[in-house]
Design a protein around this ligand. Structure first.
Ligand SMILES: [Zn+2]
Length: 65
């Protein structure tokens, strides 16, 4: 069985890869989405990085879809 230490090492490696990926992304395709806390935010569709909080108007429009 895989050890906790090994799992944590893999997690760290994955987190670093995500950061590198986000650093190299131009975030040209942002989209609004709801996270697991039911917060609606703008995220990059390619790298999933948080971009900004939407305005109330944007949220209203998004919910109407
Ligand atoms: Zn991006």
């Amino acid at each position: 069985m895989i050890s906790m230490h090994e799992l944590n090492a893999q997690l760290k490696k994955a987190q670093k890869e995500i950061l590198d990926y986000q650093k190299n992304c131009n975030h040209t395709k942002p989209a609004m989405k709801m996270n697991d806390k039911n917060e609606i935010k703008w995220h990059c569709t390619k790298c999933d990085m948080f971009i900004r909080i939407p305005t109330q108007k944007e949220v209203t429009e998004w919910l109407k879809r």
